[in-house]
Design a protein around this ligand. Structure first.
Ligand SMILES: Cc1cc2nc3c(=O)[nH]c(=O)nc-3n(C[C@H](O)[C@H](O)[C@H](O)COP(=O)(O)O)c2cc1C
Length: 329
């Protein structure tokens, strides 16, 4: 179980709002994002932190509609508000302050004193510890039902839903993932985009380092090969036999829903980290229409699939190298 240590310096509860916001958006830099593009920027002024989508960082081939871009912004928004809440101040969030959607995606302000729940404190501490682990997870016991229920609650409280696939549904995910992989890797523009974001010049502070990619090994549900032909991270002895696959889904399928899906993804990843689970967001299965439709069918079409999260027991003795981050908000 992850120790709930909170850095008391991160957001001074009684400090001026500008300082608290600056520290919160710095914490949000650790947010996971598609291809580690960190496709957002914050504008801080007059006691407000505005969250803007950075369209220059959109993945033209993988994410032509910008849904994973907005989802990634939602993850950063949730990280920032958890940082404020954990410091004992009420995070006041206005989503889409500009109804025409031409402006920022959200605004964050510092409200009055707030008594954070224990889960919020621990979620904040998990921001620094969380990372994507692409190795197959250990063949151990199943994830307790109570933990999965907590993850579902975390997604709901952030405005989206989570469906943990039943064992008999996993083969359909396998078919979706294999199909998505075949479609994407057959497209030279995809290979080019992947190559750009896995071979970043070191000052860029973004992208997926090859050392965090895992070379292909037989597993139940294939994962995206981030470093074709390279060695990457040793896969270890896991089999994924006891991994669980959770689909983040929403009622609608618009920008508002994608932002909520991102906030829910953050809530799920941080709660999973708190409860000692390794995590891996998986988006290739929502990137191609055919695979996304298969996922929708798995949900009995009660909602729109936005992302899958693989969950399981990692191998903490062999840590995954840290991924870089940009210098500023
Ligand atoms: C919207 C979204 C989609 C992602 N898609 C994938 C994916 O398909 N496969 C994968 O291995 N990681 C995926 N990731 C994880 C990112 O690659 C990862 O967060 C990023 O490289 C930063 O590394 P970190 O999570 O270890 O901090 C995704 C993350 C997000 C937020």
């Amino acid at each position: 179980m992850f120790s709930p240590m909170v850095d008391p310096e991160l957001v001074a509860p009684n400090g001026p709002p500008e300082e608290a916001l600056a520290r919160a958006v710095t914490a949000a830099l650790r947010a996971p994002s598609v291809f580690n593009t960190q496709p957002w920027h914050w504008r801080l002024h007059d006691g407000v932190a505005e969250l803007w989508a950075d369209r220059d960082r959109q993945l033209a081939t993988v994410d032509p509609d910008g849904r994973l871009l907005v989802l990634s912004c939602g993850v950063a928004l949730h990280h920032a508000r958890i940082a404020v809440a954990a410091a004992g101040r009420h995070p006041v969030v206005t989503r889409f302050p500009d109804p025409g959607h031409a402006g920022p995606l959200a605004e964050l302000r510092i409200g009055g004193p707030y008594e954070p729940a224990d889960e919020e404190r621990r979620a904040y501490a998990a921001i620094a510890a969380r990372h994507t682990d692409r190795r197959p997870y250990a063949a151990e016991t199943d994830i307790p039902r109570e933990t999965l229920a907590l993850l579902r609650d975390a997604a709901e409280s952030a405005g989206a839903h989570l469906h943990v696939l039943r064992d008999d549904q996993v083969p359909e995910l396998t078919v979706a993932a294999a199909g998505a992989s075949m479609t994407e890797t057959a497209d030279p523009a995809y290979s080019e985009e992947l190559n750009v974001w896995t071979h970043r010049p070191s000052p860029a502070g973004d992208g997926v380092p090859v050392e965090t990619a895992v070379r292909p090994v037989p597993r139940r549900v294939p994962v995206r090969d981030f470093a074709p032909g390279a060695d990457g991270l040793a896969p270890g002895g896991g089999t994924d036999r006891h991994a669980r696959y959770a689909v983040v889904f929403t009622d609608a399928d618009d920008v508002r829903a994608w932002l909520a899906a991102g906030e829910a993804t953050s809530a799920v990843l941080l709660a999973a980290t708190v409860h000692g689970l390794a995590t891996n967001p998986v988006s290739d299965v929502v990137e191609t229409p055919v695979a996304r439709d298969r996922l929708a069918a798995l949900l009995a079409r009660i909602g729109h699939p936005q992302l899958v999260v693989r969950l399981g027991r990692g191998t903490p003795a062999q840590p995954v190298p840290r991924t870089p981050r940009r210098a500023g908000p």
